[in-house]
Design a protein around this ligand. Structure first.
Ligand code: ADP
Ligand code: MG
Length: 698
């Protein structure tokens, strides 16, 4: 197997190597330019590329192609067309034109559009993103595309990401040129996203309506054993899981996805996969495909892959760690401190831009990871809190302190940092100082944004990150371009930014209660839920930044806000309905049957002899009967809370009602069910328990 990997890798991708082999030299050259610079392709070139793609795909048994896009549902969409074209004599030929490659026209009416469609036609367009390679999935040639409306408004996750890459490149290049670098011609952000997930047995899964409808359990008493022994993290991988991972890796490798690391996570049945990092839009495409394949491959193994942020209460939820850095076409990592004073200045300029961005756009970063599912994670004692802050580590902190104070700093091994010239001590580059509790942590030459939920597309956090840093870079460049002396001005700006934005840096334990108090003192935002953060989308300051860099128009921002609100409401609504259905159709009948058995047992016992002790049955009978009555009251309360939601018009108010009235009613209903579960015989409990779910895979 090992020896096959290089052959297998990328075998289903129309990548650069294939293009070089199959395209005429001049077309290949044009394509390279297009791929590097994200330029549009003209019709003739597109025809040649399309034909070569089709021939390559047909040789691999492919009959269909699809424009593969990423609507606002957060998952991907595809509509397949076959290559066949009538040849006139009752026969067909296989055809694929440049036009079909470049543009498609799926009906946009059934995708979330947040009101954008009301003003435009129903028609939507997909346009090829030549910076991401076409690939073959399920015997279909998939063309990665952006999806937008008739009026050119983005209806997807990819478009703003591509636009943010342009904005970032433009502003970063201004700084690069100011630093005297005339070689670099492109700056991209790079991402490696570690993906967490749960694997459970499919038979067990199918017996849980909550998992089937909502992706998370809505009921379930704590099992005797959870994650408290810490015996799962990095533990030996079970054979069925190993077989799944093996198969998944092969599928991913065929698609050129650099699946690299796999291990067990903290919770029972929880695992993680990390790829090698790549350019952000490709990382995003790859993460979408990875999530899709995780589900498909799991199914082949009689397993179900749960990507929900919090499938189980009481054990860790799943997130995604978005490792983010900046790289040039010459291979330099701009968050790498470097060796020379010039590289050090470059590092510090990009670093302070990032510090300022995170501080000034805490709201947007929090927003970028907001979803009903992720609300269960953020702020709980397992994931970063809802407060956005940044970790730089002890050593880099000392460097920043010394920049601020103007006092030269002697490092641990007495390496000096000359203030003003920015000769950074070497030691801190390699410090593998780790702070697992920070939402945004410096890890040597990249930042790890840890607030992302496991289920969502990484497009949104990354286009937001790209844009807010582009904005800060543009402000730095504005000042530096007019400065008399670059070095003096740069040093002054670095110092000023550190002083003004140091409040966002926190190197301590983010899970501690004291941090919440301290953060409030510092004036940092603590937006606990999606509902709290949603209105920040529409803040003037945020609209100004996103429109300035042409990442989103005002209308697009409004539509995204609406989609977020609607989605939140729908998710909670479906969960509430699912809870009610399970309560009425499964839990209550199950408990009643058990109560009946208890009552019959008591009667039988008493028939035999009134002297027989019935205390245990009677105790249970009374207790369960009381709980059932309480359970029915809690159901009614939930139904009332749901009905009340219809009284509100404004969607923000509706969402608040779901947060403040519906969710608490769900929690109350669940509490009674979980208490009953602990008392009811296994035979009568209507679905598999937490223990059975979490330990279902051998
Ligand atoms: P961990 O966070 O588990 O300690 P690592 O620090 O080794 O693991 O890396 C985690 C992820 O960071 C990997 O996906 C890796 O490819 C990614 N990564 C490493 N360097 C960069 C970079 N320059 N830009 C973006 N991601 C990176
Ligand atoms: Mg990590």
């Amino acid at each position: 197997m090992e020896n096959k990997v290089p052959d297998l890798f990328g075998s289903m991708v129309f990548h650069e190597h294939v293009m070089k082999e199959r395209l005429p030299k001049s077309t290949y050259k044009t394509m390279c330019k297009v791929m590097q610079e994200g330029k549009r392709l003209d019709k003739e070139v597109a025809d040649i590329v399309a034909n070569a793609m089709k021939d390559w795909a047909v040789e691999k048994g492919v009959t269909h192609f699809t424009h593969w896009f990423q609507p606002m549902t957060g998952i991907t969409a595809e509509k397949h067309d076959s290559f066949i074209a009538p040849a006139g004599d009752g026969q067909v030929i296989m055809e694929f034109s440049g036009k079909e490659l470049i543009q498609g026209e799926p009906d946009a009416s059934s995708f979330p559009n947040g009101g954008l469609r009301a003003t435009f036609e129903a028609r939507g367009y997909t346009a090829w993103d030549p910076t991401s390679f076409a690939f073959i999935k399920d015997d279909t040639l998939c063309i990665p595309t952006a999806f937008y409306s008739y009026g050119g408004q983005a209806l997807d996750k990819k478009t703003p990401l591509l636009r943010s890459m342009e904005a970032f490149n433009k502003q970063a290049m201004r700084i690069i040129r100011l630093l005297g670098d005339t070689e670099t011609s492109r700056v991209n952000t790079t991402v490696g996203s570690e993906q967490e997930y749960f694997l459970i047995d499919k038979d067990v899964y199918l017996k849980r309506k909550d998992l089937v409808y909502c992706g998370r359990t809505l009921y379930g008493a704590k099992p005797p054993k959870g994650q408290e022994l810490d015996d799962h993290y990095f533990g030996a991988i079970k054979p069925r899981v190993k077989a799944f991972m093996h198969d998944l890796n092969e599928e991913l490798w065929k698609l050129g996805i650099l699946a690299k690391t796999e291990h067990n996570e903290v919770a029972p049945a929880q695992h993680e996969l990390a790829p090698v990092f790549t350019t952000v839009n490709i990382a995003c495409d790859h993460n979408q495909v990875t999530m899709e394949l995780m589900k498909k491959v799991a199914d082949r193994h009689g397993l179900v892959c749960l990507l929900h942020e919090k499938p189980f209460d009481g054990v860790n939820g799943s997130g995604k760690h978005n490792n983010w850095s900046i790289s040039t076409d010459k291979g330099a990592n701009l968050l790498e401190p470097g060796d020379s004073p010039a590289e050090n200045t470059r590092f510090l300029l990009f670093l302070v831009a990032l510090i300022k961005a995170v501080d000034e756009y805490q709201d947007m970063l929090r927003l970028s990871v907001a979803s009903a599912g992720n609300d269960h994670r953020l702020g709980a004692n397992e994931a970063p809190p809802a407060i956005v802050s940044m970790f730089v580590g002890e050593d880099l902190q000392a460097v920043l302190d010394s920049i601020e104070s103007g006092v030269e700093y002697a490092g641990k091994d007495r390496e000096m940092m000359k203030v003003g010239v920015h000769v950074l001590p070497r030691f801190f580059k390699d410090t593998t100082d780790r702070n697992r509790t920070s939402p945004f942590a410096f890890t040597g030459n990249k930042f790890e944004f840890r607030m992302l939920g496991s289920a969502v597309s990484i497009a949104c956090p990354n286009f937001i990150l790209n844009t807010i840093v582009a904005e800060e870079l543009s402000l730095l460049a504005d000042e530096l371009e007019t400065a008399e002396d670059f070095t003096t001005a740069a040093n002054e700006l670095i110092r000023k930014t550190v002083i003004e934005h140091k409040r966002i840096i926190f190197n301590g334990n983010n899970y501690a209660d004291e941090w919440v108090v301290e953060a409030e003192k510092r004036g940092l935002l603590n937006l606990k839920t999606t509902v709290d953060v949603m209105p920040y989308y529409l803040k003037e300051k945020n609209i100004a930044t996103f429109t300035k860099h042409r990442v989103l128009t005002k209308e697009e921002i409004h539509s995204r806000y609406e989609i977020l609100v609607e989605n939140y409401i729908k998710v909670i609504h479906i969960e509430a309905l699912t809870m009610l259905e399970i309560a009425k159709k499964n839990i209550l009948p199950g408990v009643s049957a058990y109560v009946k058995e208890l009552a019959e047992t008591i009667t039988l016992k008493k028939q035999i002899s009134s002297a027989i002790n019935c205390r245990s049955e009677e105790g249970l009978l009374i207790s369960l009967s009381d709980m059932c009555a309480d359970f029915v009251d809690k159901q009614k309360a939930l139904e009332e809370a749901l009905a009340m939601a219809k009284n509100f018009q404004d969607e923000q108010i509706v969402a608040e009602h779901y947060k403040d009235a519906v969710i608490p009613a769900m929690v109350a209903l669940r509490a009674v069910a979980d208490a009953m579960e602990e008392q009811v015989s296994e035979k009568y409990w209507p679905f598999p328990t937490y223990g059975e779910l979490l330990f279902s895979v051998s």
